[in-house]
Write a protein that binds this ligand. Structure first.
Ligand SMILES: [Zn+2]
Ligand SMILES: [Zn+2]
Ligand SMILES: [Zn+2]
Ligand SMILES: [Zn+2]
Length: 570
């Protein structure tokens, strides 16, 4: 029997603020047989993010073959780490770490012990399985020749990116989808070719410093343009005049790019922004949405239906509370639960059906509280059972989780249906992506029950080439730069240029970056709107339209409704 519930106001266990569970939400929880949440949406998101380390990396050795590796797990995490080859290989058996469920102790306490025993993959990718030459990528699949990329799939020759799907020859970019080629320093782009230093480009060619432009070619420092050629600062020029202007900015030099960037940032301020970018969609709220219907509070999703609180996902259906994921349905509270259905509380568990509380389990069905399992059915705490044994034991554990819940240091209670307590995460809050959305100082984080990592690895003081000695123009840079250790002008971290990177810079006429990847990535994150909505009014005089927007009311941008925005587009 389906219990039809009306809207309910609840008090968040964790932050004590009120949140609303709507009728549709109850419908979803009923359908997947989980109890309604006890944490508010923001606290749930923060808790998941505290389990996601995307970019904090450590040098280590594989605990099986002893080869040097790069991994997201620090020494302090206590996690056993295997290189990708060993982890995907047959020289270890996750079933050998099986544990008998102990009904005298809480589920989460026992699960933490299992997770600590079972070896983890150094970086989460399918290099050597479905990807080629993608060893140094995290949360990455189905790709070729990629390096230092975080979250992505189906790409080729890509470096230093964050959330990328489809495309090739792309560097230093974020949230890029749908067949882009030769892209550098861009945020959110589709079907574009040879674009640099731009944001929100659709089907643009041979251009630089664009914001929200569509079907433009040979444009420089333009905003809100459609079908234009040889435009500079939204003005039409002849081909010769345009080329002269472009030449004068010397974009092959570091100082030329810095000057152009400052000028562009100033220029775009006076142009209106659209309240949200929702394309070819019906009944959606959030931002960066395309080809979707009936989704709420979702950000950076495409081909999505009937979802809520889903961020950074391709084709999620009938799912709630996902922090990144692709091609999945009926999933709940997951971190990259790709190619799955009915995958609840999954962390990097791919190609699964009917699994609950799994971490790094793949191509499996009917798992409960498992880690590192591949191609299995009916396992609990990595122990193999028959179908009947599995079903009986699962029912008993669910009852026990409710009668003997885990309690965290703050006093929050975790019954069946809660995601993992943040205090059990193998990561310090400052190693994870949580501070991007919920910044906390060390003491605040600790007071709120999060871990903290005091030994984040970063190399400093080893530079062999000072920034002022790097040639201004990329044309003057010689191959010997590949042997040098550089130092970031902002954070003083050391970094190197790798061969494919230099080839890319030379071809695209891009000066050698004076900042490390982390500072470049951080600057891009600052340009992205938060994954949060505010109710606001259109700022065009006389317009009464209201909307949900990711532009906070105190922000300086001019924000228009779709109708008023379209009237301003050239
Ligand atoms: Zn809360
Ligand atoms: Zn190994
Ligand atoms: Zn830096
Ligand atoms: Zn308006």
């Amino acid at each position: 029997m389906i219990m039809w519930m009306e809207i309910q106001i609840k008090k968040c266990q964790n932050c004590k603020s009120q949140f609303t569970i709507e009728a549709d939400d109850f419908g979803f929880y009923e359908k997947i047989h989980v109890p309604p949440p006890t944490f508010c949406p923001e606290c749930r998101s923060q808790r998941r993010l505290a389990w996601r380390n995307d970019t904090t990396l450590y040098n280590k050795t594989c605990d099986l073959c002893q080869k040097p590796i790069v991994t997201i797990y620090s020494k302090e995490s206590g996690i056993t780490v295997y290189c990708n080859k060993c982890w995907w290989g047959d020289n270890w058996d996750p079933i050998s770490y099986d544990q008998e469920y102990d009904f005298s102790r809480s589920f989460f306490e026992q699960f933490k012990e299992l997770v600590l025993k079972v070896p983890h993959i150094a970086l989460v990718n399918d290099d050597g399985i479905a990807s080629v030459n993608c060893e140094y990528t995290q949360d990455f699949a189905f790709s070729k020749n990629c390096y230092m990329d975080f979250i992505g799939w189906k790409v080729e020759n890509v470096m230093y990116t964050y959330y990328i799907s489809a495309g090739k020859d792309i560097m230093d970019s974020m949230n890029i989808r749908s067949k882009n080629e030769w892209i550098y320093e861009c945020i959110r782009g589709r079907n574009s070719y040879n674009i640099k230093y731009s944001q929100l480009c659709l089907a643009c060619i041979d251009s630089q410093f664009l914001y929200d432009c569509n079907s433009c070619s040979d444009c420089f420092m333009c905003v809100n343009l459609r079908n234009k050629k040889y435009n500079f600062k939204n003005e039409q020029y002849s081909k010769e005049e345009y080329e002269k202007i472009l030449e004068s900015y010397k974009l092959d030099t570091f100082s030329g790019v810095e000057t152009a960037q400052k000028e562009f940032d100033e220029f775009i301020k006076k142009y209106p922004r659209r309240y949200s970018t929702i394309f070819r969609s019906l009944n959606c709220s959030g931002d960066a949405i395309s080809d979707s219907k009936n989704i709420k509070d979702c950000f950076n999703v495409k081909k999505s239906e009937n979802c809520r609180w889903v961020c950074n996902a391709d084709a999620p259906k009938d799912s709630y509370d996902l922090t990144i994921g692709g091609e999945l349905s009926e999933c709940y509270e997951g971190i990259t639960s790709d190619h799955s259905s009915r995958n609840f509380f999954g962390i990097f568990s791919w190609k699964d059906q009917d699994v609950e509380y799994t971490q790094h389990c793949h191509s499996s069905q009917y798992l409960f509280g498992c880690a590192g399992i591949k191609n299995k059915k009916y396992c609990i705490f990595n122990k193999q059972y028959t179908k009947e044994e599995y079903e009986n034991l699962r029912t008993k554990i669910l009852e026990q989780m409710n009668s003997m819940p885990y309690k965290d240091k703050k006093g929050n209670v975790y019954k069946y249906g809660e995601f993992y307590p943040a205090e059990l995460s193998p990561f310090g809050y400052n190693e994870t992506v949580a501070p991007e959305h919920f910044p906390l100082k060390k003491e605040e984080a600790k007071q709120n029950g999060y871990n903290w990592q005091d030994n984040i690895q970063r190399t400093t003081g080893k530079e062999t080439l000072k920034p002022e000695n790097i040639p201004e123009s990329i044309d003057e840079v010689e191959e010997s730069i590949l042997n040098e250790v550089l130092v970031c002008i902002d954070c003083k971290r050391n970094y190197k240029i790798v061969p494919n990177e230099l080839i890319f810079y030379k071809k695209m006429k891009i000066p050698i970056p004076r900042r490390c990847f982390y500072c470049r990535h951080g600057a891009r994150l600052k340009k992205r709107n938060p994954y949060k909505l505010w109710h606001r009014k259109c700022m065009q005089d006389g317009c009464k339209n209201e909307f949900e927007t990711s532009y906070a009311p105190e922000r300086p941008e001019i924000v228009y409704c779709e109708k008023c925005y379209q009237a301003e587009v050239y």
